[in-house]
Design a protein around this ligand. Sequence first.
Ligand code: 5CA
Ligand code: ZN
Length: 409
Amino acid sequence: MHAWPASEVPALPGKGRDLRIHDTATGGRVTLAPGPVARIYVCGITPYDATHMGHAATYNAFDLVQRVWLDTKRQVHYVQNVTDVDDPLLERAIRDGVDWVGLAERETALFREDMTALRMLPPQHYIGAVEAIPGIVPLVERLRDSGAAYELDGDIYFSVDADPHFGEVSHYSTELMRHLSAERGGDPERPGKKNPLDPMLWMAAREGEPSWDGASLGAGRPGWHIECVAIALDHLGMGFDVQGGGSDLIFPHHEMGASHAQALTGEFPMAKAYVHAGMVALDGEKMSKSKGNLVFVSKLRRDGVDPAAIRLALLSHRYRDDWEWTDQVLQDAQERLGRWRAAVSRPDGPSADALVEELREALSDDLDTPTALVAVDRWAELQAAEGGTDDSAPGLVSRAVDALLGVAL
Ligand code: 5CA
Ligand code: ZN
């Protein structure tokens, strides 16, 4: 699949700091020190109702990770998937009486437009589940042949008991895992499974549903977790730097993914850091496609809202926190954007060298965007109150806010 066009990232004087980031698997902060090429996998959308503010907030967090790395003069190798075949997508297509392929294509196209408008850096590899099937089938065959997977009425399940590290990403109790498994696409109640938590790797073809050639597995379609593992291993290999997504992916998705990879390669964990963004709510409940309580990026754009203001609204919250989208959040961001634009539109101003270092420090500190925004606010206030004589300062602030925060002033 093609991704979306990249906006240019201005180079800043000096060099940024290494990222210290919260890792769900170890429960603490890790300092990431990748080689010259940092590797990141971010779970992509299931394209049936994109792009709501929760999605945008999560992709914003991982865009910042890349901007910090780029500022340390590293290259970034970024991979993202599109879950373009899965139960919720097929169910939505049936509900709306539309073709599932067309639905996925339309929503993916909208997501690309939204990501472009928000200045999110594109992945180098943007891979759909369907196009990944030829790579998924041999992995499932290997898992089955090594005893880490088994067949149940034609479907192939992964055996979580095959992985001695199972549970070490989420650290959730068995009870919670069982609950979340039922809620998030698993089938803990299905009779005949070795462990109720075992997830499906390959689903045998069902009447009226799409299916693909699965070689010795028979016709069918892939499970959700093996999709991301196959794409990540194919394009990044084991031991990449960050696996990212929202906190609702901690279990089962990232836990199962780490287990699949461990059973396939004998190595653990698949990623050096498992990084999770908090959930964005609307009217007191998590924004979700299934509940339908959504605010869409595309709707705001159609209403004439500047994408830079949307991005500032996302940045005003710490990425790990759960938070609530309100009209006030957007209005505050619009006002802030106006103040910043007025401040950089003058020919000179107070020196901004210290501000660049403050931004670097705040972002390297587990992506502390609220502190970063306050630092820019202070420079803009000083500009408004006293001005300054540094004729390179407004340009430097514009470039820093663009390079590090993805906001075009
Ligand atoms: N296709 C899978 C990942 S492989 C998937 O979860 N798709 S999704 O469309 O449901 O979500 C895409 C990303 O947005 C995931 O990282 C998910 O955790 C995140 N996300 C979904 N809802 C919210 C929300 N309300 N707040 C923050 N992030 C969210
Ligand atoms: Zn995923």
